[in-house]
Structure formats: C-alpha cells, structure tokens
Design a protein around this ligand. Structure first.
Ligand SMILES: *[C@@H]1O[C@H](CO)[C@@H](O)[C@H](O)[C@H]1NC(C)=O
Ligand SMILES: *[C@@H]1O[C@H](CO)[C@@H](O)[C@H](O)[C@H]1NC(C)=O
Ligand SMILES: *[C@@H]1O[C@H](CO)[C@@H](O)[C@H](O)[C@H]1NC(C)=O
Ligand SMILES: *[C@@H]1O[C@H](CO)[C@@H](O)[C@H](O)[C@H]1NC(C)=O
Length: 123
C-alpha cells in the first residue's frame, strides 16, 4: 500500500484572484501496479486561458515539477509513466499515473497558472 496525497498549490498571477484550483481526491491508498488518477477542479475568470501544472514532493525535499497541460493539448511523460489532460467543459485536470511503483508514493500538487488573454491593440 502506498499513500498518495493530492494537495492544492495555487499560483496567482496579476489580478486573477478569483481563479482557483482544488483537488478532488485528498489521499488514497494504492496498490503497486495500479493505474492512479488524480484530479483537480479549477475555476477561471473569463478572458483567461490556463496552464495547469503537476508537481510532486517527497518528504523533506522541494516539490518537483512533473508535467503541464492546457485545455487544448494532452501531454505525457512516458519516462515518468504520466499522462495529463484537462477538460475545458468540466474544468477538471487529471493526472494519470500508470503502474504505480512504491517510489511514486508522494504528495502531488496541482497548480493553476492563468494567462491573461491579451486584448488586441489597435492604433
Ligand atoms: C491508508 O492506509 C493507512 C494505513 O493502513 C490508513 O491509516 C489510512 O486511513 C488509509 N487512507 C485511506 C484514504 O484509505
Ligand atoms: C493501466 O493503463 C495502461 C495504459 O496506460 C493499460 O495498458 C493497463 O492495462 C492499465 N492497467 C490497469 C491495471 O488498469
Ligand atoms: C486527448 O486524448 C483523448 C483520448 O485520450 C482524445 O480524444 C483527445 O482528442 C485528445 N485531445 C487533444 C487536444 O489532443
Ligand atoms: C482524460 O483522459 C481520460 C482517458 O482518455 C478520460 O477518461 C478522462 O475523462 C479525461 N479527463 C479529462 C479531465 O478530460
């Protein structure tokens, strides 16, 4: 059995203070070899697109960046057995870890970094 925790890490940029992200699963015991899905739900103020990131942290170490995803692209890190996707419709980001190993037991963070959409300048 391994313990996975999904914790929230919020990154606020500019004036987007209404944006937020929250984990759906707080902790889970996983059996070695299982596929694990960690999910976070987020909300965005209008006019922003989003850059969703996953980090993991082992005890007494700094969080390490794993993968990022947007609502418009899936991403995968085969070396880390990770896949991530986000749904613009559901406002949910998933991290799929396949064949969990004991070494994957850590605290996982989802982070949201909104990018303010530039308004077109006319002169
Ligand atoms: C995971 O297992 C530990 C020890 O067996 C237990 O204390 C904990 O409550 C379990 N957590 C969940 C989410 O099942
Ligand atoms: C885990 O996911 C992989 C593909 O990512 C799949 O081939 C495999 O059958 C899945 N294993 C389980 C136990 O669901
Ligand atoms: C993401 O992957 C799913 C299948 O897993 C596919 O249906 C979807 O088109 C992909 N989206 C993008 C933006 O590549
Ligand atoms: C991510 O992809 C998986 C498998 O294709 C799918 O079951 C899941 O609903 C997708 N998650 C999101 C947030 O779109």
């Amino acid at each position: 059995m391994m313990l996975f925790s999904c914790v929230i890490l919020q990154i606020f940029i500019g004036h987007s203070f209404a944006d937020s992200i929250e984990p759906l699963l707080l902790d889970a015991n996983i059996t070695k070899g299982d596929n694990v899905t960690l999910s976070c739900e987020y909300s965005l103020t209008s006019g922003t697109s989003v850059y969703l990131q996953w980090y993991r942290q082992y005890p007494r170490t700094k969080p390490e960046f794993l993968i990022f995803v947007t609502e418009y692209s899936n991403s995968s890190e085969p070396d880390l057995r990770l896949f991530s996707n986000a749904s613009k419709h559901l406002k949910r980001v998933d991290l799929l870890l396949s064949s969990a190993a004991v070494s994957d037991s850590a605290v996982y963070y989802c982070a949201l970094q909104p990018t303010v959409t530039q308004t077109q300048q006319t002169s």
